[in-house]
Design a protein around this ligand. Structure first.
Ligand SMILES: NC(=O)c1ccc[n+]([C@@H]2O[C@H](COP(=O)([O-])OP(=O)(O)OC[C@H]3O[C@@H](n4cnc5c(N)ncnc54)[C@H](O)[C@@H]3O)[C@@H](O)[C@H]2O)c1
Length: 313
């Protein structure tokens, strides 16, 4: 019998790429998603071919969660309210989804004797780190409601694993970019810049643009999740999943303007509340214990993304 994997948030941007890799590797995949930001079209091909099953439901709904974990071996928990500005506007909703939802899944996992629970967290739990690169030992200091909720989610996981109720792996993603990333008011900077380049509108940078991020391609991230499904050595551990390289927002804007052959104006506006200043990761632990090795360079990833985005216009 193939390993049955439940992916919460599997219709979302990153989740659907994880589902692609799981299906490629012949896992039996069930997706649990309320389709609030996720889209059926992201996973439709697998559903049509009978390679994945979609359960439309909400992780806040205890009964629906209990039903969805039946006969499952591994859970990859990615469903979340992910927008930093929205989390600050609506902390109750954020905690309901990101905490109550996570707790529902953890409890249902214990009840159903799940083999492994992989929790998707974020580099934002470290806030503005005092030392770079960010390691898994960097003190946590979240500065947004989103980051606080993700950190408490990690602690819940540790609590369950410390009490030997469940084997858990925590993956802290850095700034993930790639195909299927949603374009809205809360989108990541790469999606926003690409849309502005296509529309030939000025690029807007919040702050002076010297702030750095560790941009990691979604294909590399999906590979890391697959590796953690297979890993025994990684159980009970937390891992940074990133490229391991800092890129300033000014550099990103310059690369995109070069790739698109445009000389659009760059406008600087005030920094946004809850945004961190600098971040890039030490990924040696994931390399050593998970065999993780990011393969897609930022210029190559951006070139691919632009090509696909242009083809769809
Ligand atoms: N995008 C990034 O750069 C990034 C960085 C660090 C961590 N993460 C984490 O990765 C995960 C996926 O994020 P994403 O960027 O793909 O965002 P996304 O919004 O595309 O994916 C979230 C998915 O969860 C689903 N969902 C939301 N609330 C739900 C609920 N109450 N019940 C069931 N399903 C629900 C959405 O419909 C969507 O499919 C999240 O846990 C996020 O915290 C993302």
């Amino acid at each position: 019998m193939p390993t049955k994997i439940l992916v919460t948030g599997g219709a979302g941007f990153i989740g659907s790429h994880v589902v692609d890799r799981l299906v490629d590797n012949e896992y039996d995949v069930r997706i649990f998603d309320n389709l609030s930001t996720g889209k059926t079209e992201n996973i439709q091909k697998h559903i049509t071919k009978g390679k994945a099953e979609l359960i439309k439901g909400d992780i806040r709904d205890t009964l629906a969660v209990e039903k969805s974990v039946k006969d499952v071996d591994v859970i990859i928990h990615m469903a979340a309210l992910v927008s930093v500005p929205l989390s600050i506007e609506n902390p109750n909703l954020t905690f309901d989804i990101n905490l109550l939802g996570t707790l529902n899944l953890l409890r249902a996992s214990v009840k159903n004797q799940i083999d492994k629970f992989i929790y998707i967290s974020t580099c934002a739990v470290c806030g503005n780190p005092e030392m770079l690169p960010v390691t898994e030992q960097t003190p946590t200091n979240p500065i947004s409601t989103y980051a606080e909720s993700k950190l408490i989610g990690e602690r819940y996981c540790f609590g369950f694993s410390d009490r030997l109720l469940l084997k858990t792996i925590i993956l802290r993603f850095f700034n993930v970019y790639g195909l299927r990333q949603t374009m809205n008011d809360y989108s990541g900077v790469i999606t926003r810049f690409i849309e502005r380049c296509i529309q030939k509108k000025p690029l807007i940078i919040y702050g002076d643009g010297s702030q750095t991020r560790d941009f990691v391609n979604v294909m590399d991230v999906a590979e890391a999740v697959l590796a953690s499904v297979r890993s025994r050595a990684g159980e009970g551990e937390v891992f940074n999943i990133a490229s391991g390289k800092p890129t300033s927002i000014n550099e990103l804007a310059k690369t995109l303007l070069e790739l698109t052959g445009t000389d659009l104006e760059v406008i600087y506006e005030s920094p946004r509340t809850g945004d961190i200043k600098d971040s890039y990761a030490d990924i040696s632990k994931a390399k050593k214990l998970l065999g993780y090795k990011p393969k897609v360079s930022l210029p190559d990833g951006l070139r691919d993304l632009l090509k696909q985005r242009m083809a769809s216009t």
